[in-house]
Ligand binder design. Structure first.
Ligand SMILES: Nc1ncnc2c1ncn2[C@@H]1O[C@H](COP(=O)(O)OP(=O)(O)OP(=O)(O)O)[C@@H](O)[C@H]1O
Length: 275
């Protein structure tokens, strides 16, 4: 059954100092509990779209509904409570002096009673696997751990949707894996809806569905497998295919057919079968 959490209808947006629209007639729909990746090369309008979803910019035309509430000047504060944002730079997101203070910060601002706040802070920190670091100071944490704390701060606020804007792009491979595994378990255990904005197709391969943006429009939409079948068309708009897909295509050119793999894990499995 359809249960849309985010509906975008014919959204257009133009910065006052730009001659062209940055977003043109964009429409999409995300169901509760889905993990969606939005991919596109630099300048395709991904960050602008994220800013609109959080009410930092208002649509020039068209509409955005989050949990059935339309984004307007009047509803912007209601909408912000429903949307949790994780940004690119882990160092710009820490506001507390310890992990627990940081996660509590947003709840304090909302005036959540102390008992409930303590419960929600513990629960959120456990959910991102940072319980051993409860009293740790931010500078003692790795980039991946900082992003997990940022995610805990958002879970504690119980939003309807978490939006990650290039949240793994400044992390080392270990940090990226940590953040992605955290998101996967939150989706599986709490049914959280995740919208991950990224230029990294390896990360998009893990999503349930992918929207490809190009020049502020939806260029393609589908499962990661559907999207990677576009091959050259993705390269033409500046996107790099995941390593597993590139190797699969090369093997196929040499007459070695393996299954429709899109991830490194899938590739390894298929290569084993060849032996
Ligand atoms: N504050 C702004 N004022 C005017 N133009 C802007 C502003 N922010 C972005 N733009 C323009 O909007 C277009 C899309 O930028 P946006 O940052 O949304 O794309 P992106 O896909 O997120 O790219 P990147 O990955 O480089 O951030 C670009 O042409 C950019 O120059």
């Amino acid at each position: 059954m359809k249960d849309p959490i985010l509906t975008v209808e014919n959204l257009s947006f133009q910065y006052p100092n730009q001659e062209e629209q940055t977003i043109h007639e964009l429409s999409l729909q995300i169901e509760r509990g889905e993990w969606i990746a939005i991919v596109g090369h630099n300048g395709s309008g991904k960050s602008t779209f994220a800013k609109i979803l959080n009410g930092l910019q208002m649509p020039t035309s068209g509409s955005v509904f989050i949990d059935a509430i339309e984004l307007t000047e009047e509803t912007v504060w209601q909408i912000r409570k429903k949307v949790g944002m994780v940004f690119q730079n882990p160092d710009n997101q820490f506001v507390g002096t310890t992990v627990q203070d940081d996660v509590a910060f947003g709840l304090e601002n909302l005036g959540v009673p102390r008992n409930e706040m303590v419960t929600r802070v513990h629960h959120a920190i456990n959910k991102v696997g940072m319980e051993q670091y409860f009293d740790q100071e931010p500078h003692q944490l790795s980039g991946g751990q900082k992003q997990r704390v940022a995610i805990a701060g958002i879970i504690a606020l119980q939003p309807s949707i978490i939006i990650l804007d290039e949240a793994t792009s400044m992390l080392d491979p270990q940090g990226r894996i940590e953040v992605i595994n955290t998101l996967r378990s939150l989706k599986d255990e709490l049914g959280i809806t995740v919208l991950s904005i990224t230029h990294d197709l390896e990360e998009a391969a893990l999503a349930d569905r992918v929207y490809v943006l190009n020049e502020g429009k939806v260029f393609a939409e589908g499962t990661p497998k559907d999207i990677f079948r576009l091959g050259q068309q993705l390269k033409d708009i500046g996107l790099d295919l995941p390593f597993a897909v590139k190797l699969r295509d090369k093997l196929e050119k040499h007459g070695i057919r393996i299954g429709d793999v899109i991830s490194s894990e899938g590739l390894i499995e298929e290569l084993w079968k060849l032996r």
